[in-house]
Write a protein that binds this ligand. Structure first.
Ligand code: PLP
Length: 385
């Protein structure tokens, strides 16, 4: 019997990796499951993306190893994207690192900056990968609470009480998943002061900034010369390219160099046609982006209707790909999720997946067509908790 590494002792297989096996099994035995659980966009990327990607496969260098820091043309595309959507000026050679999706960046950043025994501040509720990766690098995740009464912003008094000399890094994620909350400027300014005071690296994970958002948010807009910040970004949600695995890390030059030190030992560059397709995506017109938003806004209205029918309450002033809905009745989120799955053939993520603060919530994805959401409305007409 080969013993697994100690680092696995506190890490379970990712929730969706486990749960989707159950959902797939139900589908395989003929259940007409509608998956409202996962944020995997079902709409096509811009047409130019596919054309550029296909054309690039015929390029002489298409099938060779590619530069560790991505092709310059893609980094140029990222620079223009940050300038036009966020009003952030980045140095194309020093402050941008293309990634295979932002999820891998969470691991690379943790490996570059976090020692075993260090403490990492992670949001609760929040994307489970921050805590899982922290454990994989044998450090300690320390949850900070996000509460509806504080508009899902961190409470600086609580942060001050949680910080210790071992606190090394703080993950933030605005627009926030799963709640959809947007960052408040004054909170970000206080957080930057807090990071400066305690010498903590703040990283914003920013895959949802373009979805249902009037003014896309970037942490890098708040750059201050005395503090080093990083931001992960992704094409998965903004351009419907989740399966392509492409994203980016932007920010302080020295921090990026340390991440390259890790990443260049782990992969050997990204497939050239993917980078060419991604470059085309980043240049998508504002009309393409607003048409996509209209589709999501329409679906979101139907999901709100579904929530009303299921007796759940929600905030309408949110961004991103999900509706985060509060359970009013006396039923646990996981029990409600199981009942919807087994009695009505629909999968909705229980809020517990995102931490203790999610106990009374359900997360609905907008990556499902309107007809399917209407079908869910029909199926649950007589639903009573
Ligand atoms: C908050 C958050 N960060 C990161 C990711 C991963 O994105 P990517 O596809 O770029 O790895 C997700 C995906 O669901 C997410 O919700």
């Amino acid at each position: 019997m080969i013993q697994t590494a100690e680092r696995l002792a506190q890490t379970r297989e990712y929730y969706f990796s486990r749960k989707l096996k159950e959902v797939d099994h139900l589908k395989a035995i003929g259940k007409p499951i509608i998956n409202l659980g996962v944020g995997s966009p079902d709409i096509q990327p811009p047409a130019d993306v596919i054309k550029s990607m296909i054309a690039a496969t015929a390029d002489d260098k298409a099938h060779q190893y590619q530069p560790y820091a991505g092709i310059r043309e893609f980094r140029e595309g990222i620079r223009s994207f940050y300038a036009s959507h966020y009003e952030v000026a980045l140095d194309v050679d020093k402050e941008i690192l293309p990634l295979m999706g932002s999820k891998e960046g969470i691991m690379h950043i943790s490996m570059a900056f976090v020692n075993p025994g260090d403490e990492v501040l992670v949001p609760d509720p929040g994307y489970p990968t921050y805590a899982a990766v922290t454990r994989l690098v044998q450090a300690k995740p320390v949850n900070y609470d996000l509460k509806a009464k504080h508009d899902w912003q961190p409470d600086l008094d609580q942060l001050a009480a949680l910080v210790t000399p071992r606190t090394k890094l703080m993950w933030i994620n605005y627009p926030h998943m799963p709640t959809g909350a947007n960052a408040k400027e004054e909170m970000i300014r206080s957080l930057i002061e807090f990071a400066k005071q305690h010498n903590i690296l703040i990283v914003n994970d920013n895959p949802y900034s373009l979805i249902l958002s009037d003014k896309p948010f970037s942490l890098l807009r708040f750059v201050d010369h005395n503090v080093q910040l990083l931001e992960l970004n992704s094409l998965s949600k903004s351009f419907n390219m989740a399966g392509w695995r492409i994203g980016m890390l932007c920010g302080d030059e020295d921090l990026i160099k340390s991440v390259v030190q890790v990443k260049s030992n782990m992969d050997s560059g990204m497939f050239y046609p993917i980078q060419k397709g991604a470059t085309a995506a980043l240049a998508a017109s504002s009309s393409w982006i607003s048409e996509l938003d209209e589709k999501y806004a329409h679906r979101r209205r139907l999901i709100w209707e579904l929530c009303d029918q299921l007796g759940l309450s929600y905030d309408k002033n949110t961004s991103g790909l999900f509706v985060w809905a509060r359970i009013k009745a006396d039923i646990k989120a996981e029990e409600l999720s199981d009942r919807l799955l087994h009695e009505h053939d629909m999968f909705v993520t229980p809020g517990t997946v995102f931490g203790d603060q999610g106990k009374a919530y359900m997360r609905f994805s907008l990556c499902v067509g309107s007809n399917q959401i209407r079908e869910c409305l029909g199926r649950t007409k007589a639903f009573e908790v």
